[in-house]
Ligand binder design. Sequence first.
Ligand code: COA
Ligand code: MG
Length: 295
Amino acid sequence: MRSLLFVPGDSEKKLDKGFASEADVVIVDLEDSVALESKAAARHVAASFLIERHGSLKPAVYVRVNDLASGLTDDDLAALVPARPDGIMLPKSNSGRDVQHLSAKLRVHEAENDLPDGAIRILPIVTETAIGVLSASSYAGATNRLSGLTWGAEDLSAAIGARTARDENGRYTDVFRLARTLTILAASAADTAAIDTVFPDFRNMCVFEAECAEAERDGFTGKMAIHPAQVPVINAAFTPSAEALQHSAEVVAAFEAAGNPGVVGIGGKMYDRPHLRLAERLLARAKTLGIVPGK
Ligand code: COA
Ligand code: MG
C-alpha cells in the first residue's frame, strides 16, 4: 500500500470520488472528519455504500473507527464489519495492548459475520498521544493483524499543548520529528510497513512532492492522503524506479554469481551484506506491487 486516501464516511459523494481514484487504499473515516452528531449517520452511509459495492471496489477498504476511549468503537465495528473491510485504522493508539484489545473485539465481530479469524488487518496511528509515542516499541509481536504503523501530528500537538508542529521553514519541530522517526523504527521492529502521515496543505503540490520524496528516502513505504489530487503524487514517489530495481537486481545477481560471499565489488564500489539486504527489500516491495524488474 503506497497511497491511503481518507474519505469522510458521511459523504456519499466523496466516497464515490475516493473509490474512483487510483488510491491503493481508501480509509473511510468515522473519526475526526465526522462531527459527533453525525456519527450514527456516517456509519449508516458508509456501511450501505460498502455493502452495495462489495467486490466491485478497486482500492482496498479500511475504516477509521473512533478511538478506544471514545465509547464509540463498538458501535463503529458493529456497523462496519458486516461490510467486510480489509482493515481497521485505530486512531490514538497508546500501545501494542490497544491493538490487542481491538484484535479481541474483531475476533468476535468476525465470528458473528462468518469471516475467518484474523481476516481484518489493523493499521494503528501510534503517535497521537504522548504515551503512544513513548510506547512505540510495544507493537513488535503484539498481533499478527498489523498491516503497518502510521503517525499523526495534529492530535499530538493538542495532547502536549504544542502551538504548531512545524517551524517557520515548514520543518517539523523536534517532538514531531521524534514521533516520525519512532514510527519508522517501531514499524521495522514490528516487521511491518511504515506509513507517513497526511499533508493538509492540499493545494501545495511542490512541498507535497518533496515531503513524499523525503518519506520514501527515510524508509516509509506509503503515505496517507486527504485529497484525491495527492494520490498520483504518492503513487509515483513510492513506486520503486526502474533504475533502482535494475541496480538492486544487479546487486543480488553479483552476490549469487560470486557464491554468496560477505562482500563483492560492483563497478569499483564495495557492496556487503547490508547492501544485499536493502536490494532484496526493494525487489520484494516491487513484487508486492506487481512490478517485474526489466519489464
Ligand atoms: N475524498 C474524496 N473526494 C474528495 C476528497 C476526498 N478526501 N477531497 C476532495 N474531494 C472531492 C471534492 O468533493 C470535490 O468534488 P466535486 O468536484 O465533485 O465537488 C473535488 O474532490 C475537489 O475538491 P476541492 O474543491 O479541491 O476540495 P474541497 O474544498 O471540496 O475539500 C477537504 C477539501 C479538505 C474538505 C476535502 O479534501 C476532504 O474532505 N478531505 C478529507 C478529510 C479527512 O478525511 N480528514 C481526516 C483525516 S486527516
Ligand atoms: Mg485525529
